[in-house]
Design a protein around this ligand. Structure first.
Ligand code: DQA
Length: 153
């Protein structure tokens, strides 16, 4: 069964309390529940993680790579700053990578308009709030399936 790893970066452990006018009322546990449902529907296994540290995010990317899993990544603030996260994603050659954000960073401050993650991503889902998590898991599952089909033909 294909596997999807959903990786969450700094401050996302405080969802529900943190700037709810931007990020909504759902907690990280609520988002994990949505992802589990989407994974079940799509027929993939799910791993769901959060870390506040840049190195932690790099380690989680390495673990997804070791498993050959598709990656959904909300790198939060590291999206806009981390060459280390970009380099780690670039080691995942051929694995589906979806960049995810609850908000639409392009409607926000200029420093959020730059994304290092986007340089390695197959696609970006942003601005759909919690629903984006379900969308991203479904998209990662579809990409995994179509790559597996292609490598068999
Ligand atoms: C975010 C957007 C980032 O700019 C911000 O630093 C976050 C969350 C989002 O999900 O909308 O922490 O990734």
């Amino acid at each position: 069964m294909p596997s999807v790893h959903v990786l969450n970066g700094p401050n996302l452990n405080l969802l529900g309390e943190r700037e709810p006018q931007i990020y909504g009322a759902d907690t990280l546990a609520d988002l994990e529940a949505r992802c589990k449902e989407a994974a079940q529907e799509a027929g993939v296994t799910l791993a769901f993680h959060q870390t506040n540290s840049e190195g932690g995010l790099v380690e989680l990317i390495h673990a997804a790579r070791a498993e050959g899993a598709a990656i959904v990544i909300n790198a939060a603030a590291y999206t806009h700053t981390s060459v280390a996260v970009l380099d780690a994603l670039r080691t995942c050659d051929g694995l589906p990578i979806i960049e995810l954000h609850l908000s639409n960073p392009h409607r926000r401050e200029a420093f959020r308009h730059q994304s290092y993650v986007a340089l390695a991503a197959d696609g970006v889902i942003a601005g759909f709030g919690p629903e984006g998590y379900s969308m991203a898991v479904a998209a990662a599952a579809r990409l995994s399936q179509s790559r597996a089909d292609r490598s068999q033909s």
